[in-house]
Design a protein around this ligand. Sequence first.
Ligand code: ZN
Length: 578
Amino acid sequence: MMGRRKILALVLAIGLVVGLIAPGLRVQAVGAKLIAITFDDGPGPYTNRLLDGLKEKGVKATFFTLGQRAEIYPDEIRRIFAEGHQLCNHSYSHPELTAMSVSGALNQINTTNAILNRTIGGSEAYFLRAPYGSMNSSIRSQLSCPEIFWSVDTLDWKYRDSAYVKNTVISSAYDGAVVLMHDIHSTTVTGLLEAIDTLKSQGYEFVTVRELFRRRGVSMNNGQTYYECGPTGKDLGAAAKPTVTVEAVKGGTQVTLSTASAGAKIYYTLDGSAIDYKSKVYTGSFTVNSPCTIRAVAAYHLNGGRGQELTYQYTLPPAAKAEVDVENGTLSFSAVPEDETIFYTLDGTSPTENGVEYKEPFLIEPGTSIAFYTFGTEKIPTGVTQMYYSERGNLLADVKPSAWYFEAMDSAAEKGLLSGVGGHRFAPNSSLTRGMMVTILHRMSGEGDPEEGTNLFTDVKDGQYYAAAVEWAFQKGIASGVSETRFQPDRPVTRQEMARFMVKYYLLQTGEQELTDEGAAAERYADWEKVSDWAQSAVDTATRLGLMQGDNNGRFNPQDAATRAEGATVLCNLAELF
Ligand code: ZN
């Protein structure tokens, strides 16, 4: 016979077991009360006002959108996604899916997925809510997403009254509810926003549908229908806001991101742009070299599974960028502040990895690559600057030894024909202007400045670097204006103009008289008919003399602007003729 104590213990044990194995009967509340507000049939003209309110109140919701309306309101779609709500699918045009063929129904779903993905740059199968909740097993078996029903119908579409909506949401709310609403009604937006504070004071936390189930440890399967998710005795918590730590290291500042939420991925951008599917996924510390805005978010899913976003302005003062110079074979760097150091290499490797600390000027061999940067603690290190010290004794920042124009630019620089544009840069790919062109020819001739007072061009002002050269070229018949009063010195020189300038110069120097049109160029260039009449003899002569040639497709491209690299090449060819 059992004693009373034993019976009591048994009753307690049964009660305990029932409590554990029968969720829904009596489960201990863990964590916050959760509620998922869902909006169907949008976006619409009131969606932005709703999003403003949700943002202000820090509330997340779920939007079952129509593909048809997503096409009209793409900005709202992007905003729903970017602000951490869950973007979902409510078909394309709101038909009753069960009244259609299965393929027709799937087309409604897939078309909308494609529109949403195109709009936010994603590639997912969005959670589905069928219009009218109308679904059958044939369609369901083909779904690549969970199907979401609801447990509270507010009838907000029927009672267009914000007070009604507010009171209904408050009175029907319960822990784990999925609430059906429609953001295409202004009264819904107003009523819901007014209900939020009351529900918050009752301990509710507003979550997306995806988060409601994840936080309670319920995994969701494709093709399965979900109505609600009451307490399960678990709350896995929201993804925690990332934290950032920075540390100065050689070669930059090391940034480390972390989140307290196990299993959440950290997405981040460094240019201040919004987090989306193109954002980087954090895999470990990285190095930054310049001021930037780091935005980071921890997420279990970018669509409706994000935590709070971190924004971090990285703004240490920058280290001083050093200048380099070589004089009589001795290299020196300009001074930098005392707490900064210049690191350099002379073997083409990275100075941030292998750099030697600069102490004093040193001898350098021609034909050496120089790479350097400035580092300082509590400073943003400079980027790496690369130079080449050529055999001809030029320091070249933007003319690499491997470039096709290297010999020509190096040679033109050595002869003083082409001046740098500052910082040992020669801008090989920028346009050669008409002013530069005549200046180079003038320098090449070695002749002095012409008598003043004959300048006819109103757009050539005294004191400009090309003023004397334009006058010289005009007097010698090498260059003419584009009209009687205008020279257009700052306009890029076209390839056919360059041919004419060069050939005229050549004729002047050699004393030859006439331009001859022998037809060699006409046969050679596929685009010969594009060469202007006035330039045909010059292009022909320039080709015959080997001054200029066409591109790899056999075209001369007479109207194209000549680059400084092309100019240098032609000049070197010209110099070789003398
Ligand atoms: Zn609907």
